[in-house]
Ligand binder design. Structure first.
Ligand code: GLC
Length: 542
């Protein structure tokens, strides 16, 4: 049984329900599919799983457009399936985290449907950002804010009787079908408390909070200078009026109180995208969120000095408020790290073989850092991004709203291969999968890698086993060791971690090898020789 502070050092596996396992053969993953694969996760050695939204939704943004937070979409199953999932996971010693989407609802949510039938600026419109446009007749949008998915963040509200455009607009920082909620309205607070309690009462151990830094907007909607989206992590980016406003912290103080009223206490992990680790740490104060993804780390280049700097700064800032760091390399919104870290050739192509070597080394570094770590389904198989999906198969609103100019996130969301040599590679009982799977998935399936020494899957299994056995890994101190500039080397308890990010092999003294990210490692005469693009965990501190 895990202790109440499990979240400080847990390894959490992100299940993207659409693409994990399909029990009914309709080509879409579902909750019964996840339940059937829980033993795989327990065997892999993770502590918990986080599931992306599976609530009732028109699926315009893969479920991040929620129409009813207390219903499971028919695509994925029922509330009873969600309850069974929690119970089955707990029986295997796994914690379960769901996803809450408080920044916006779907336009199919009962509130927004009712609003559209109400004269703008009155009644239930107070739950959304319903604002007069500029110009005498309000025909210009209220300000210059842009949608993260492309285009303007405002849509003109039609007159409920005539259907003609009015001088009123509603805000949507994402798709037009994702109207932003107005957190000045007490009923928005009350409803979210009910939603939290609904799932907490069913035993869920915590929530990942979508767009956690976005809930509160600056009063009077000032211009932002048409700065793009929420994903800028550049340190010199100004804080925009639509993001990271001080009032958001009050929401999390209230939520923490609710989480703490349960036994065992429930936990939160915020999707907090803010320019500096200092503003990030504000969300992690003891009476706010337990954890928040460290996206500065996700963005690190294959560069030892850069990596050391980000790790140091992150540990110091999270530590300043007593919080652990939460490391992550891949998720459903970014290019898989095999592809992202791969060197780019002169013709623009990427060297995926070296990308995989780097990704494996990077994962071993991550799994040895103090704090918790999130794995994204399929990274334990070494899956690269699927870059050549046909345009007609793509479903990401980013692709659709930019007419294909931004390729979008479908390439990291392709259903994962479990076994076999033809689609759906064991994803479900039929050949269907909602995004097409490439042929090379056959060689990367769970079955193809199980029991194969040196496979990526077995490397992850070993890493997670060692992490559990070695008390020095997980939460705790990190001590940098003297090393050549292209090498990242640190001690964690009695384990030393060495990652060679340079071009030449290096040697390091040790009594024993625990794990290597590649077979290109030799151990002789008390020294380990580590090839480029390789990481090792070794015993002892030298
Ligand atoms: C978050 C989710 C992303 C979604 C967006 C809008 O960034 O991770 O998938 O599109 O919020 O809800």
């Amino acid at each position: 049984m895990l202790a109440d502070d499990w979240w400080r050092h847990a390894v959490i596996y992100q299940v993207y329900p659409r693409s994990f396992a399909d029990a009914n053969g309709d080509g879409m993953g579902d909750l019964p599919g996840v339940i059937s694969r829980l033993p795989y996760l327990a065997d892999l050695g993770v502590d918990a799983l986080w599931l992306n939204p599976f609530y009732a939704s028109p699926q315009n943004d893969a479920g991040y457009d929620v129409a009813d937070y207390r219903r499971v979409d028919d695509l994925f199953g029922t509330v009873a399936d969600a309850e069974k999932l929690i119970e089955s996971a707990h029986a295997l010693g796994l914690r379960v985290i769901f996803d809450i989407v408080p920044n916006h609802t779907s336009s199919a949510h009962a509130w927004f449907v009712e609003a559209l039938a109400t004269p703008p600026g009155t009644g239930i419109w107070s739950r959304y950002h319903c604002v007069r446009g500029r110009g005498d007749d309000g025909q210009e949008p209220p300000n210059d804010w842009l949608s993260v998915f492309g285009g303007l963040a405002w849509t003109q509200i039609p007159d409920p009787a005539s259907g003609d455009p009015t001088g009123w607009w509603y805000l949507h920082l994402f798709d037009t079908t994702q109207p932003d909620l107005n957190w000045d309205d007490p009923e928005v607070w009350a409803e979210h408390e009910r939603v939290l309690r609904f799932w907490f009462d069913r035993g869920v151990d915590g929530f990942r909070i979508d767009v956690a830094h976005g809930l509160v907007k600056t009063e009077d909607y000032p211009m932002s200078g048409e700065q793009p989206g929420m994903y800028s992590l550049e340190l010199d980016t100004p804080v925009l009026p639509q993001w990271d406003q001080p009032g958001v912290h009050e929401v999390y103080r209230a939520w923490r109180g609710i989480a703490n009223s349960y036994d065992p206490p429930r936990t939160f992990c915020g999707e907090v995208v803010v320019p500096t680790p200092e503003s990030h740490a504000m969300y992690l104060r003891p009476d706010e969120l337990h954890t928040a993804f460290n996206f500065h780390y996700l963005r690190t280049r294959w560069d030892a000095a850069h990596l050391r700097e980000v790790i140091d700064h992150s540990l110091a800032t999270a530590g300043s408020v007593g919080a652990p760091c939460t490391w992550v390399l891949s998720n459903h919104d970014v290019r898989r790290h095999v592809t992202r870290l791969a060197p780019v050739e002169s013709d623009g192509s990427v060297d995926l073989e070296r990308g995989l070597a780097r990704a494996r080394a990077a994962s071993m570094v991550m799994l040895a850092l103090p704090g918790s770590a999130y794995l994204y389904q399929g990274e334990e198989l070494g899956l690269p991004e699927v870059i050549d999906l046909p345009a007609e198969a793509r479903q990401d609103p980013t692709f659709l709203r930019t007419a294909g100019e931004v390729i979008g996130r479908d390439g990291c969301r392709v259903p994962i291969p479990w076994e076999g040599t033809t689609p759906s590679f064991g994803f479900g009982p039929s050949e269907e999968s909602w995004l097409p799977q490439p042929d090379f998935f056959a060689g990367l399936s769970v079955a193809a890698q199980t029991g194969v020494a040196d496979s990526t899957l077995e490397m992850y299994r070993s890493a997670l086993r060692i992490r559990k056995d070695q008390p020095g890994l997980g939460d705790g101190e990190l001590e940098w060791l003297d090393s050549p500039p292209d090498v990242v080397a640190f001690a964690r308890g009695s384990v030393t971690v060495v990652a060679n990010m340079g071009d030449e092999p290096i040697t390091w003294p040790t009594d024993a090898m625990l794990l290597a990210s590649s077979p290109a490692v030799t151990f002789a005469n008390g020294n380990v020789t580590v090839a480029p693009e390789t990481a090792v965990w070794i015993s002892g501190r030298r």
